[in-house]
Ligand binder design. Structure first.
Ligand SMILES: Cc1ncc(COP(=O)(O)O)c(C=O)c1O
Length: 487
């Protein structure tokens, strides 16, 4: 049978009997899957252009006879694809390929950052996505879909599901020393959204500047700028954000990473934490604590969250981007009471709340101990990778110092002068298909790279920010060896 062109549609070329032959495999699919397979094959034929707009389809009776399937299956397929817009039915009998479907639609560009397969990319801040606990996550998803009452699929509380806020309160208090009343917690789509919400609420109240650590996260800078705040770079010393320049600035909001400063990797000293809080009280200001990788601590007991010391002067944020996967877009924000209503309202007007199913799945994942288990597994794997990096650097770049290694997913390597200057080093390493970022790339105000707790930097020293958590020990050794050969 040959498809023909419809009487009232644009002339479509006849597709030839091959168009129906391509439905034959679907027709011989197991009975349970046959209907769906038939629909999928027809859809593919239209999408790929094998059935062109205006082509008339055989009657359901004829096609069913040709394919030796029940007529109901074909009728159902025609109805479904008509509802989807791939087909249209005429006034009397007859079904045609719809006009609106354009064959070979261009694929959308994928703007997500990716590295070529052979490149060893020491990008910082990426967890090992192959360790994502797929089966535990799937079990949590199944459980949630079976148990979640229908009412829960309505618009959620903009602060998040009560069950998840309770689970997070317990988790953050236990693991990070956060003062975490469930009433205080908001579920957000990551540190990025937490920062944006807070910045835009403070902007609406007249704030125009925000302090950022220098060197620091380009994200913080960009998110503040997007909310209309000028980011003011503030230098670090060996203990954390330097207090002199902080007092000398006119900022009253500052974003910090005290557990494992990004990117230098230093942990703020106890004294500096107290000084930071003194500053916040003295200027009636606020510290935003970005606890982005505070869960990973290898050699010492974890440093508790700054927020636990003064929850009215510190807003606390974190996410699963380093512990599970950034693609989940799931995080939390705790703000002082005096900001809570405004931030919740901003979240509500931004997106009417975080997706319910994702929240419920994560709540179950935390409640059942899966999250703690996952952190334990990663902690072990990442410690081994960190050790592999330190050993490989010692072997191939003797005399180098590695700092910021007590926690997190990246370290700072300071290579001896003979490998500098930085520009030449980076050019040669790039040619060897290894991607590394110098510490200077994270400087906001032109600082020469900031401290790493190991003395002054000299002009010819090369300081690298090396992410290791997403690379196996073998890839780490290979990357460092390639770098050494290149220079
Ligand atoms: C300093 C810092 N904080 C937080 C994040 C994570 O942001 P999010 O939770 O929105 O994924 C990143 C991501 O790269 C980061 O560099």
């Amino acid at each position: 049978m040959t498809p023909s062109t419809g009487p009232d549609g644009p002339p479509g070329s006849a597709a030839g009997s091959a168009a129906w032959e391509l439905l034959l495999p679907a027709a011989s699919a197991p009975a349970r899957a046959r209907g769906r397979a038939l629909q999928e094959s027809l859809r593919d034929a239209v999408r790929s252009g094998r059935l062109t707009p205006g082509t008339r389809l055989p009657s359901s009776r004829d096609l069913a006879a040709d394919l030796k399937v029940s007529r109901g299956l074909v009728t159902e397929a025609y109805e479904q694809l008509t509802a989807e817009g791939y087909l249209r039915s005429g006034q009397g009998a007859g079904t045609w390929v719809g006009d609106a479907v354009r064959a070979a639609r261009p694929r959308p560009r994928d703007l997500a950052p990716r590295s070529p397969a052979d490149r060893v990319d020491f990008v910082p801040g990426t967890p090992d996505l192959s360790l994502f606990p797929r089966s535990a996550w799937a079990a949590a998803q199944r459980g949630v879909l079976a148990d979640l009452p229908h009412e829960s699929l309505g618009y959620p509380d903009p602060r998040g599901l009560p069950g998840l806020r309770t689970a997070l309160a317990e988790l953050l208090a236990r693991r990070r020393g956060v003062v975490a009343d469930p009433e205080r917690i908001m579920v957000v789509s990551g540190v990025a959204q937490a920062t944006s919400l807070l910045a835009s609420v403070l902007h609406a109240r007249g704030t125009r500047t925000a302090g950022v650590e220098d060197p620091g996260s380009p994200q913080h800078h960009a998110l503040y700028a997007a909310a209309g705040l000028d980011a003011v770079p503030l230098p670090l010393d060996d203990e954390g954000l330097a207090t002199g320049p902080l007092y000398a600035s006119d900022v009253r909001l500052v974003v910090t990473t005290p557990a494992h400063q990004f990117p230098t990797g230093i942990a703020y000293s106890a004294r500096r934490r107290a000084e930071l809080l003194d500053w916040a009280r003295s200027v009636d200001g606020l510290v935003l604590e970005d606890d982005y990788d505070g869960d990973f601590r290898y050699d010492r007991a974890p440093v508790g969250a700054l927020q636990g010391l003064d929850p009215e002067r510190v807003a606390y944020t974190g996410s699963v981007s380093k512990s599970l996967a950034p693609g989940l877009r799931l995080g939390w924000l705790l703000v002082p009471d005096w900001l809570a209503d405004a931030v919740v309202e901003r979240k509500r007007t931004t997106d009417l709340g975080h997706p319910t199913l994702d929240q419920a799945v994560f709540a179950r994942f935390v409640e059942r101990g899966d999250y703690d288990r996952r952190l334990r597994v990663c902690q072990r794997a990442y410690r081994e990778r960190r050790d592999a990096l330190v050993a490989a650097l010692a072997e191939h770049f003797p005399g180098s110092r590695v700092t910021g290694v007590a926690a997190g997913l990246h370290a700072i390597a300071t290579l001896p002068e003979r490998f500098g200057p930085e520009e030449g080093f980076l050019a040669r390493v790039t040619e060897a298909d290894v991607a590394v970022r110098p510490l200077t790339a994270y400087a906001h105000g032109g600082a020469a790279g900031g401290p790493a707790g190991e003395g002054p930097v000299t002009a010819r020293e090369v300081r690298l920010v090396l992410g290791y958590a997403h690379l196996t020990p073998g890839r780490i050794r290979e990357g460092v060896a390639r770098m050494a050969r290149a220079v």
